[in-house]
Design a protein around this ligand. Structure first.
Ligand code: HXC
Length: 514
């Protein structure tokens, strides 16, 4: 090398566009950013430091020795989001279709090790044809190396996946182990076996979009936690989500110091919940009034819409909100809602984010389908998650708290720290109508005017049980509060509980009912 500086410049420059302009143009034509552009959008300006830019594969099979692009199809490094350290890798579809060979995998593995050892979040951007076919089994080994590290890092550092192109075959299991999976409408898809294999095995005709596009994973499978219109929106959402999280499980989420206000008029909460317990209302309205100005970010908002999960700030404190949604299936707990809620509660608990539960739940969804598919096993996940959570737990019963769902939704009995109920709350084994039918079956059967008698029984039951005061007398709610007092109670509660210490018994790990 006659001129070392020139040689470095030449290699660095080649590493910036290793797939060539034509493939970059194709990427743009599809509405996708390049791997490098994605990192620029994701990170604070000029904060990215690249690692392994000059890595190349050493493979000689299938003529690969003729093509040895720098970077091996993935850009890895570290930088900052809102001034805080993060690690990022971004697969480059312009190089071997972003496929994963040995060198590519080693770069990701090195980054995972750094992220875990240094206690900072890692963001993986997937855009890949999967295992590099020419490299065979070493590429499968590379995936396994990544899966192992995803698992070891789970609950220690936040791991976020952006699926911004294909993600197929066993490759899907890396994002699936991470905390959050974000997809983009129209350009991203995930499946274990693609449409051709599906057709050859089951004769089903299904497009890639129908099989594993963003909509299907956001609404049906629950694999995707959120869907965005394009790459930029998705990457900006990752920046936002990270503001609620600490760097790792040893740290607390940052508290916003500037004075925080809510946009909502607190007294409007007084009339928000309808008098008629069978009338729905939108729990999002309650959330938006209670939280700091525009601070709510929903997770899984298109999946199991009968339960709302999301991050927000209240008086500057980061909270994870779990809320029954009376506007969808009356806010009932079913299998999907239980699994969604359980995963979210465990995520918050792992990263020291206090839980706020807003409760208006008529119970678990009855029916043969739910029983046969295992509502017992799945409902138990939500119960288990709330029971084991040691973060500050605040609960507000806005209306119904019936049956087993009363216990599950962060009740006092399972270590709720501050449990409030609004004056119209109904805390009972079941609703009045159902209870009367069981308690007074024979009296109603033999009555001359069963309708009038039933109405009388219902009114008696409501008078006796459909209120929060029996629970308050037992201390199962700490206080019955006017709705307009809620935000203030939550702020002072979060401050009071800031230094909470609660440890579960020592164990290798629990046996969550999977
Ligand atoms: C090597 C690959 C590749 C792969 C794509 N390419 N996938 N090279 N290994 N897995 C290359 C192509 O040869 C092409 O190179 C370039 O990437 C772009 O690919 P195209 O097919 O032109 O792009 P497009 O039409 O957009 O189709 C994208 C695609 C398709 C749907 C992803 O490429 C595809 O089906 N690839 C194979 C997917 C697959 O079956 N992977 C294995 C899955 S199993 P040139 O030089 O022409 O630009 C798996 C197991 C993991 O991953 C197990 C982990 C445990």
């Amino acid at each position: 090398m006659n001129n070392p500086a020139l040689e470095l410049q030449k290699r660095r420059s080649a590493a910036l566009t290793p797939g060539g302009q034509q493939r970059i143009d194709r990427q743009h034509d599809q509405g996708k950013l390049t791997a490098r552009e994605r990192i620029t959008v994701l990170l604070d300006e000029d904060s990215f430091v690249e690692l392994g830019q000059l890595v190349r594969h050493q493979s000689t099979d299938f003529g690969l020795e003729e093509q040895r692009p720098y970077g091996d199809g993935v850009i890895t490094g570290y930088g900052a989001i809102h001034g805080r350290l993060v690690y990022v890798y971004s697969q480059d579809f312009t190089v071997f279709g972003g496929s994963l060979g040995r060198a590519h995998a080693s770069k990701i593995v090195q980054l995972q090790d750094l992220a875990l050892q240094n206690g900072a979040p890692i963001i993986g951007i997937s855009d890949s044809g999967g295992a590099r076919i020419q490299e065979g089994v070493v590429s499968l080994g590379g995936y396994a190396d990544i899966f192992l590290r995803n698992t070891l890092a789970s609950g220690v550092i936040p791991q976020i996946s952006a699926i911004l192109g294909p993600c197929a075959g066993g490759a899907v299991y890396s994002p699936a182990i991470t905390d959050l999976v974000f997809m983009v409408q129209g350009t991203s898809y995930m499946f274990v076996t693609g449409p051709d294999v599906v057709h050859s095995v089951t004769q089903e005709e299904v497009s890639a979009e129908e099989l594993g596009g963003a909509t299907v994973h956001a609404q049906r499978s629950g694999v995707a936690h959120a869907v965005y219109a394009n790459d930029v929106a998705c990457l900006e959402a990752i920046r936002t989500v990270l503001t609620y999280l600490p760097q790792n499980s040893e740290q607390q989420p940052a508290v916003k110091q500037t004075p925080q206000t809510s946009t909502g008029n607190q007294s409007s909460l007084e009339s928000l919940v309808p008098q008629n317990p069978n009338k729905p209302y939108d729990m999002h309205d309650v959330i938006h009034i209670l939280v700091d100005h525009h601070s709510f970010t929903a997770i899984h908002d298109q999946f199991a819409r009968n339960l709302i999960c999301g991050f927000a700030r209240i008086g500057g404190h980061s909270v994870g909100i779990v809320a029954n949604q009376p506007a969808h299936l009356a806010g009932v707990l079913d299998i999907d809602a239980s699994v969604k809620g359980a995963r979210f509660v465990r995520f918050c608990d792992a990263f020291n984010i206090p839980l706020l539960t807003l409760e208006d739940v008529p119970g678990f969804l009855p029916g043969a389908d739910q029983e046969w598919r295992g509502i017992i096993r799945h409902g138990a996940k939500l119960l288990y998650a709330f029971c084991e959570a040691t973060v500050p737990k605040l609960t507000v019963i806005t209306r119904k708290a019936y049956g087993g769902a009363y216990d599950v939704m962060s009740s006092k009995h399972i270590r709720g720290d501050l449990n409030y109920a609004w004056p119209n709350a109904e805390i009972a084994v079941m609703g009045a109508k159902g209870a009367v039918k069981i308690l007074h079956r024979s009296a109603l059967k033999n009555a001359e005017n069963p309708e009038a008698l039933e109405q009388q029984f219902i009114e008696d039951y409501q008078e006796q049980f459909s209120n929060p005061y029996i629970a308050a007398e037992y201390g199962y709610v700490d206080e019955v509060i006017y709705p307009h007092e809620t935000r203030e109670r939550l702020i002072t509660g979060l401050e009071m509980l800031r230094n909470k210490v609660l440890n579960n018994p020592r164990k290798k790990h629990g046996n969550l009912p999977l």
